[in-house]
Design a protein around this ligand. Structure first.
Ligand code: FAD
Length: 383
């Protein structure tokens, strides 16, 4: 693998870095305190092509390879994980899944709107009773002539209150032992679909997270995404690529922690000298830097495998597992460098730690990633 970025990749990375400095960094503390990212950021992300990366240009995407997608995701994650998550879900989990599984009509209906930022997508898999065991979901879609009628509840849905379209997973086959899950593209303004914002999150506070309740939501048969009964495969294929995006966001958190800790260590003095000159502070900084590089290399490897058309699901779980745990360690080590000031939200590292913590939980907890990796190593499923 060539680890040197092409001129084009570096130019897009720099575009993302400048965008974050201009449009995100000045607002990060306020958005976190208000529990609300300014929604106008979505159109700005779309205007730069960041919501269309890897989506074919004929459907309004900006094309590009997966390494470029990782570079942009890392820069957004370095700036604000709430903003990064908007892209990872609307593009990474929804638009890219429509691009892979959708009919031509579905692609034309949704992709230009999602990639321009005119519309936002959300991914509705988790339910109150089923998180890690997502295949056991209880939401039901019953066929009624040319329609399906859907009933159920989804929770923890990122972009949930903002979304125009829900990539929704529901059971369509009741046969015992049959997964029978299907994927649907449900317009969010559909009568019968109500949403409730979830407040009080530890991190990602700026992000619109919601519970969705579906009561007799009626959608035409042509809203099925992929074949009937193949919805679990659709969900897992989306999540495998999504894990690369989470990992790239974690690299961004870890890099932000390193930058902040090195800067602060260069400014703060204790015991008559700069704390950068204390060996145990250097140990903290050096540990962070190794985690940053290791997480980045694992993440880039996934991008390289995808771009070369190779099998990547296990590598994506490895990258997501390592990068998410590393992001928590890096943010915690950076907070240690800041001492008491790290505990106050005027300084950046406390938020990095709060935002990092959820990365070990969503799109498969660390335990679930270990089961996926263990199954690949042994051929034995321990789920
Ligand atoms: P549980 O599955 O109940 O797990 C609890 C504990 O048990 C965990 O430690 C877990 O690792 C462990 N565990 C479970 N099964 C096993 C096993 N077989 N072996 C070992 N340990 C096990 N979901 C969506 O569908 N769309 C979204 O956009 C979305 N966004 C989210 C945003 C946020 C901020 C959060 C917090 C969650 C989001 N989720 C979303 C849900 C997320 O994917 C789930 O929280 C996650 O899958 C874990 O499910 P759970 O919370 O029900 O935990």
């Amino acid at each position: 693998m060539n680890l040197e970025l092409s001129e084009e990749q570096e130019a897009v990375r720099k575009l993302a870095e400048d965008f974050v400095a201009r449009e995100v960094a000045p607002h990060v503390i306020a958005w976190d305190r208000a529990e609300n990212v300014d929604r106008s950021i979505v159109k700005k992300l779309g205007a730069l092509g960041f919501l269309g990366l890897t989506v074919p240009e004929e459907y309004g995407g900006s094309g590009g390879d997966h390494l470029t997608y990782c570079l942009v995701t890392e820069e957004l994650g370095r700036g604000d994980s709430s903003v990064r998550g908007i892209v990872s879900v609307s593009l990474g989990l929804v638009a890219k899944t429509i691009a892979s599984w959708g009919s031509d009509q579905q692609k034309r209906q949704w992709l230009p709107r999602l990639t321009s930022g005119e519309a936002v997508g959300c991914f509705g898999l988790t339910e109150p009773g089923t998180g890690s065991d997502a295949g056991n979901l209880a939401t039901r879609a019953v066929r009624d002539g040319g329609n399906y009628v859907i009933n159920g509840t989804k929770t923890f849905i990122t972009n949930g209150t903002w979304a125009d379209v829900v990539l929704l997973f529901a059971r369509t086959n009741e046969a015992p032992g049959h997964r029978g899950v299907s994927a649907f593209l449900v317009p969010a303004d559909n009568p019968g679909l109500t949403r409730r914002a979830i407040h009080g999150k530890l991190g990602l506070r700026g992000q619109a997270t919601a519970e969705l309740v579906l009561e007799d939501v009626r959608v035409p048969v042509d809203t099925l995404l992929g074949p009937e009964g193949k919805g679990f495969t659709v969900a897992m294929s989306a999540l495998a690529k999504g894990r690369m995006s989470v990992a790239a966001g974690c690299v961004g958190i870890a890099q932000a922690a390193l930058d902040a800790a090195v800067r602060y260590a260069g400014e703060r003095e204790q015991f008559g000298k700069g704390i950068a000159g204390h060996q145990l502070v250097q140990e903290l900084l050096s540990d962070i830097s190794v985690d940053v590089e290791a997480a980045r290399l694992l993440t880039w490897r996934v991008a390289d495998l995808i771009d070369r058309g190779q099998e990547f699901a296990t590598a994506a779980s490895q990258a997501k597992l390592y990068a998410s745990e590393a992001a928590v360690r890096c943010a915690s080590n950076a907070l240690q460098v800041f001492g008491g000031y790290g505990y106050i939200d005027e300084y950046p590292v406390g938020k990095l730690l709060r935002d990092a913590r959820v990365m070990t939980l969503y799109e498969g907890t660390s335990q679930i990633q270990k089961l996926i990796i263990g199954r690949a190593l042994t051929g034995v499923s321990a789920f």
